[in-house]
Design a protein around this ligand. Structure first.
Ligand code: CO
Length: 452
């Protein structure tokens, strides 16, 4: 650390800034003391800070003119950020047109996923649709069946909400012990955006949906014609059993045409998609062409062959739609190792398909001791929430993990607890505590621990 700090080529730090920084670090240190039990603190960092203030520092500067306006009419990230990319796992699927790519959370901050990094999931590839030609039919158990253009929908009363979008297969590989040493691949089937469009309930009111309608199904216009049944209050499955959460899910649904301030990207269903907050993202049908109100589920391929959960006793859970509370540490993580001993801010994201995150606890010793992390405002319903906790790393092995509790009181389970309930035949809804093992050399591994 001292080498790097005394380097006069090091950009950006003036003596005055350094003084502020060192004070911040001392405060940070005192907080960190609680976490490490108080040892370690006095020595190196204090002495170092003094050196830094007295060192002459002349940061480099640019001596020629830069690019003019509109030389890049649609802005792009710095070329030095070219490693921040969506990635796929080649062996996971037979083809990239029915596959998934992962969001690089190890390189992201805050809660909004940039549009170009939102994870992709296709069943028949991304398509380019001219919005002038696109139509969305709403029919079935309604007084006035209608066909909407995108412009028609844009004239209707609008809503904008920030919500996460998560594939229920996020973390699926962990069920059977396939452990990717990458946070991008363990948790990157997840993104978070501000979605803008028309609330489903606005459309329902406008078209006069029959009080007897207990389901609707949504269908995409891409080659796979993806179809899913989505419950309304009173929904029962094909065996007559009430569908959990049917009274809640529909309230937040948006027929969206914009994402983070601009039109949806083709990868996200341009020009129209459904957004069903808090639920498995397969419900959030892209390239939306049809909403049909019914009094029973359609029982489609996508809700029988896929997106059901195989239980240990051989039965299958169906219409498990909510993504329960989940969290993960994004720093340190296998993609972002620790480079030196001393102060680090443990950072991560937490979310719940049932509402707001209430608290997040972090452990650095495999769950023996927990420390409440600070939550970054805003804390929104069915939305990513950032958490942070200062940490003094003493250079020894550590088991770093986070555990979220949501506003319903639900506490994120350990993998052992999840396996005890759901067995190991599942693919979907793995929301267990993720353990990162920090090695003495600062490398970080994805581990599963017997008692976690
Ligand atoms: Co499910």
């Amino acid at each position: 650390m001292s080498d790097k700090f005394n380097d006069t080529q090091s950009p950006r730090v003036t003596a005055a800034e350094e003084k502020v920084a060192s004070e911040g670090r001392r405060k940070f240190l005192r907080k960190g003391a609680a976490l490490t039990g108080g040892a370690v603190l006095a020595g190196s960092a204090g002495a170092q800070a003094k050196d830094k203030i007295t060192d002459p520092i002349e940061p480099p500067r640019v001596k020629q003119l830069g690019r003019g306006v509109v030389s890049v009419p649609y802005g792009k990230p710095s070329k030095y950020e070219s490693h921040v990319l969506r990635r796929n796992v080649e062996w996971l699927t037979a083809d990239t047109i029915a596959s998934i790519s992962f969001t690089p959370f190890q390189d992201l901050e805050g809660i909004i996923t940039p549009n170009g990094l939102h994870f992709e999931r296709y069943h028949s590839g991304a398509v380019d649709i001219d919005p002038k030609d696109h139509r969305m039919a709403v029919h079935g158990m309604v007084e006035k069946p209608m066909v909407f253009t995108v412009e028609d929908l844009k004239r209707m009363p609008q809503t904008s909400k920030i919500h996460f979008m998560e594939c229920p297969a996020n973390g699926a590989m962990e069920w059977r012990g396939v452990q990717m040493d990458s946070m991008q691949f363990t948790h990157g089937m997840l993104s978070c955006s501000e979605w803008t469009g028309v609330k489903l309930t606005t459309l329902m009111e406008y078209l006069g949906v029959s009080p007897d309608a207990t389901w609707f199904y949504a269908e995409g216009m891409d080659g796979s014609a993806l179809q899913r049944s989505i419950p309304l209050p009173g929904a029962k499955d094909q065996f007559g059993k009430p569908v959990p959460d049917a009274d809640e899910i529909y309230k937040d649904i948006i027929v969206a045409y914009a994402q983070n301030g601009e039109a949806l990207r083709p990868e996200q269903g341009y020009p129209l998609r459904l957004v069903v907050p808090g639920t498995e993202a397969n419900l959030s049908i892209k390239y939306l062409r049809r909403i049909k109100f019914t009094d029973k589920p359609l029982v489609t391929y996508q809700e029988t062959r896929h997106y059901t959960d195989a239980m240990p006793d051989g039965r299958i859970r169906q219409f498990t739609l909510i993504n329960e509370a989940n969290s993960v540490v994004t720093y340190p993580c296998p993609d972002k190792r620790l480079k030196e001993k001393g102060f680090h801010e443990i950072r991560g994201i937490a979310w719940s398909g049932r509402g707001k995150v209430k608290r997040v606890d972090v452990s650095v010793d495999g769950g023996r001791n927990w420390h409440e992390a600070e939550l970054q405002e805003p804390v929104l319903s069915k939305c990513l929430t950032r958490f942070r906790l200062p940490w003094e790393w003493n250079g020894e092995e550590a088991l770093v993990m986070s555990r979220v509790q949501d506003e319903t009181g639900y506490v994120q389970p350990t993998l052992q607890q999840l396996k005890a309930k759901r067995g190991t035949n599942s693919i979907y809804h793995k929301n267990a505590i993720q353990v990162w093992k920090v090695e003495k050399n600062g490398e970080v591994k994805n581990v599963q621990v017997k008692y976690v």
